[in-house]
Design a protein around this ligand. Structure first.
Ligand code: UD1
Length: 428
């Protein structure tokens, strides 16, 4: 088992480069199944979720060739396997995109139940509702080899209203509808940057998708999609994590290779707290300067362009370093506070105010003296929060279960070191 050993207490300063977006990559890689020739994908992050998706595609019959550090050639035209029962499928949430892509291309898919970071119930009823509206039949099998199968004789465009905003369902329905007959409208669609990225990729391949990034997405089916070369967007949450780490350690650093617009929900909160944030549009970079005191605020997570739930644990640590009492309300996931007990080991003053599930909130009293601790990452973003906590503390801390962190953060040791952090990865 590997661990991170961190000796904190230094302000992070310098520059860090942001990699391609995890949540785009894990959807765009399976979307290559829809193309009639190979695709070249650029700016692919070196993270385990991406490698897991590549392994799955290879076992299905695709060829994947690495052209340089971040560029891959994927030829999914030889895929014949539509029963996807490889164990890797159960290791990641995004394997649900195999359902949409296979349904769109082959009209059939039988996929092991997706796994991934567990923070309570992660239903897929809206994905299935969308597939059904397009004319597919589905069945969900429970038990040890729980799986979902979808089949359609024809896929026909439809109007799909989503009563809950879902990133995964919006993107999966796009994949299934892109080659359907006629027009599909997704109402109350998710507006996250990776929804737009997937739509841009599919449109470049010849699809006809309008309105991605708004709450109404219209997809007019086309007969064929061709291979393309496409560069995926920078990772909003990776950038937000480094911005938060720099701020929490009272540092000053430049975060490079970002799309400033995607960071607005995060940078506006930093500004509310009294942290200086400046954007350099010519250089696609953002500078965070938290050398002076900053103050607590209230945070409510919401679908984009609201404050991202995937930044919630990192902001708990930031609030613990602020002056005053901060509040965090989680409104996207039902139970995303299970990591709090790990952060409390450092002496952080965090209390869960229980109202009822989904209305629980955190009260974080800033400015407490913290101590080094042995923490265990409970999921990807909670693990990132633990790194930030350790970086704030002038003692040694360890973080185990780092497989969660490596699922979604590219070259985390090198990047934190480029900001002056004392962080090592050791084998236990
Ligand atoms: C994606 C991200 C995840 C992020 C989340 C919200 C990927 C691989 N993962 O997850 O990191 O935390 O968006 O930004 O992109 N819901 C339903 N029925 C469904 C689907 C979802 O009720 O069929 C609910 C969920 O319980 C949750 C909310 O919708 O309360 C949002 O979930 P969703 O946007 O679908 O998250 P994911 O796409 O799984």
């Amino acid at each position: 088992m590997s661990k991170f050993v961190i000796k904190g207490g230094k302000s992070l300063c310098g520059e860090v480069n942001i990699s391609g977006a995890k949540n785009s990559a894990v959807a765009i890689i399976p979307a290559t199944i829809l193309a009639n020739s190979f695709c070249i994908l650029e700016n692919i992050p070196n993270i385990s979720d991406v490698h897991t998706m590549f392994q799955i595609l290879k076992q299905m019959g695709a060829t994947v060739e690495q052209l340089d550090a971040t560029t891959y050639k994927i030829d999914a035209t030889k895929i014949t396997v539509t029963d996807v029962f490889f164990p890797q499928v159960g290791n990641m949430r995004a394997s649900y995109y195999l359902l949409g892509a296979l349904l769109g291309q082959k009209h059939t898919a039988n996929v092991l139940m997706p796994g991934g970071c567990e923070f309570g119930e992660r239903p897929i009823n809206l994905h299935l509702k969308g597939f059904k509206a397009l004319g597919a039949e589905y069945s969900v099998l429970g038990g040890l080899n729980a799986s979902i199968s979808v089949n359609a004789k024809r896929l026909v465009g439809s109007y799909i209203y989503m009563d809950v905003v879902s990133v995964g369902a919006t993107m999966n329905i796009m994949l299934a509808a892109v080659k359907a007959e006629g027009t599909t409208v997704i109402e109350n669609a998710a507006r996250e940057p990776h929804v737009v990225d997937l739509a841009n990729f599919l449109n470049m391949m010849g699809a006809n998708i309008k309105g991605a990034g708004t709450s109404t997405v219209k997809i007019t089916g086309v007969k064929e999609l061709h291979g393309v070369t496409y560069s995926i967007i920078p990772d909003q949450i990776e950038a937000g994590t480094y911005m938060t780490a720099v701020a929490a350690t009272h540092g000053k650093a430049v975060i490079k290779n970002i799309i400033p617009k995607h960071l607005e929900p995060i940078s506006s909160k930093l500004v509310d707290m009294g942290i200086k944030v400046s954007v350099n549009y010519d250089e696609d970079s953002i500078t965070v300067n938290a050398i002076e005191k900053f103050y607590a605020c209230d945070v409510i997570t919401a679908p984009h362009p609201g404050f991202p739930t995937d930044m919630q644990p990192q902001f708990v640590v930031l609030l613990a370093m602020a002056e005053g009492t901060g509040i965090i309300r989680e409104q996207v996931w039902e139970s995303r506070f299970q990591y709090v007990s790990e952060l409390q080991k450092t002496g952080m003053d965090i209390t869960i105010q229980s109202v009822k599930k989904k209305d629980d909130f955190l009260l974080i009293q800033g400015g407490k003296k913290l101590n080094g601790a042995e923490m265990t990452a409970t999921d990807l973003r909670a693990g990132a929060a633990m790194i930030i906590a350790a970086l704030c503390i002038d003692e040694e801390s360890t973080i185990s279960n780092i497989k969660f962190i490596e699922r979604g953060y590219d070259d985390v040791i090198k990047k934190f070191r480029s900001l002056g952090a004392d962080i090592q990865r050791i084998e236990d």
